[in-house]
Design a protein. Structure first.
Length: 222
């Protein structure tokens, strides 16, 4: 699933990979990480000015096809079909490069070239930020917004640990309990704005979300 990170202009995307990389394992895969994957998938979320996702593009290469293809339906299926989802494993670009070469395809194209393989974009319908009625705006702020980012399945322990490390997230006291809903919270102030992230479990093993609450300070010149 998509990492929450600051969008970077295309011209500055050489130092760190900006695309998301996945390995595609066979249908009969038993979860053994040493098994030979069938191919590589690459995705990119298209972002609006406020960094909300407006679309999703992908490119897929498999040894059976021997060429790149793009399919919005494939990206949707990763998130809707649990049988496919368990075969799609997110990895770092270096791991994707290794597998791509091992499958006989040579060097994995750079990210600028990979974007030219994106032909079928999935539109992600947007909606206005959630607004509370009556407004529950904390003192000292002029607006409060809530964004929810939904994910299939519950977060794994290693994913929670990773968010705890990179966000400085504070875990809930009952995080290990099956009935726990808010698993952890992180907070950051940027100038006059305050942002809070809640990692939330939605039903046992059903789904999860990251709820971002943005308390916005006075606008410039206000």
């Amino acid at each position: 699933m998509r990492r929450v990170e600051e969008a970077t202009p295309v011209a500055g995307r050489t130092a760190h990979p900006a695309l998301d990389y996945y390995l595609i394992f066979p249908e009969a895969w038993d979860g053994d990480p040493s098994a030979q994957p069938d191919g590589v998938a690459v995705e990119e979320f298209m972002l609006a000015d406020d960094h909300t996702a407006t679309g999703l593009a992908n490119a897929v290469w498999t040894a059976a096809d021997g060429d790149w293809w793009g399919s919005a339906a494939f990206s949707r299926a990763i998130r809707a079909d649990p049988r496919l989802r368990v075969r799609i494993v997110p990895v770092r670009r270096g791991d994707a490069e290794t597998v791509y070469r091992r499958l006989g395809a040579g060097a994995l194209p750079d990210e600028t070239t990979l974007r030219t393989r994106f032909h079928d974009h999935a539109a992600l319908p947007g909606s206005p930020p959630l607004r509370f009625a009556p407004p529950e705006v904390p003192e000292g702020f002029h607006e409060k917004r809530v964004y929810r980012i939904l994910f299939a399945d519950a977060p794994r322990e290693d994913q929670v640990a990773h968010l705890r490390q990179v966000w400085g997230m504070t875990l809930a006291d009952d995080v290990a309990g099956p009935q726990a809903r808010v698993l952890g919270t992180a907070r950051r102030r940027v100038a006059g704005d305050v942002f809070t992230w809640d990692l939330r479990r939605i039903g046992p093993g059903v789904a999860s979300s990251i709820d971002l609450t943005a308390c916005l300070g006075a606008p410039p010149g206000g």
